[in-house]
Design a protein around this ligand. Structure first.
Ligand SMILES: [Mn+2]
Length: 242
């Protein structure tokens, strides 16, 4: 059984030329999986922002959503874990495309190996303020407020929010601290999991912890990396576009 795990595409709805090129590479990658992949697990921050209304989805995501739909039609199991950018999921991905949706963690046994997948934002550090913020922003109440406003206006606002959070450059020390939080979580899990996979740090990594393997799936802004489970092996690979 072939299982692919990827995270942090950060697909945008207001695209620069660079974003378009990135999306082309991501679409090439996803298309290459159709018909030869049994399971695709998306481990968060696939969309730079996800929102949907009773009758509306974001049209700029159409081409990628179409590839997911074709993957599903070709018999691929689809799993979607929310990240810290795409959590207001309201049924489109599950009902119209066929994703299984998970808000925090995903555990399963694949090829006889116990796997744990999570985006990672919950585990970067012991940050109570973030955990409270995370809980509040995911409530139906906040989601409804965002949805009351016309999509063209609320999405512009969402774009500004996402841009300002990105322009806040984290220091090397903070990045290291985040990465260490993920490794710490992986170490705790290594007692009863074979493969532990997370994203969020945007820094691809594969290390052995006790008898387990911890992989960080990296990102599709700089690294274009993904994780593959084939038979009884796990690997971290880089996608080479044509
Ligand atoms: Mn993230």
């Amino acid at each position: 059984m072939k299982c692919i795990i990827a995270s942090d595409f950060h697909l945008k709805y207001y695209e620069t030329e660079e974003d378009k090129q990135r999306r082309n590479i991501i679409e090439q990658f996803l298309t290459s999986l159709i018909g030869n992949t049994d399971c695709l697990i998306l481990a968060g921050d696939i969309f730079d922002l996800w929102a949907e209304w009773d009758n509306v989805i974001i049209k700029q995501y159409f081409s990628v959503l179409n590839i997911f739909f074709n993957l599903k039609k070709a018999g691929c199991r689809l799993v979607f874990l929310s990240g810290n950018h795409d959590f207001w999921l309201d049924g489109f991905l599950s009902e119209n495309i066929g994703f299984e949706i998970y808000q925090d963690d995903f555990c399963d046994t694949i090829n006889g190996k116990k796997i744990f997948v999570s985006h990672g934002d919950l585990y970067t550090k012991n940050d109570i303020r973030y955990q409270i913020f995370r809980r509040i922003i995911r409530t139906t109440f906040v989601k409804k407020i965002f949805r009351i406003i016309h999509p063209d206006i609320s999405l512009r606002f969402g774009h500004l929010m996402s841009r300002s959070s990105r322009s806040r450059k984290d220091s090397i020390q903070l990045i290291k601290q985040k990465e260490n939080g993920l490794i710490q979580k992986a170490t705790n899990l290594s007692i009863n999991k074979d493969y532990i996979i997370m994203g969020h740090s945007h820094r691809p990594l594969k290390i052995q912890i006790n008898n387990s393997v911890y992989i960080n799936s990296g990102d599709w802004i700089k690294n274009y990396t993904y994780c593959i489970i084939n038979d009884s092996t796990i690997d971290l690979l880089k996608f080479d576009p044509i």
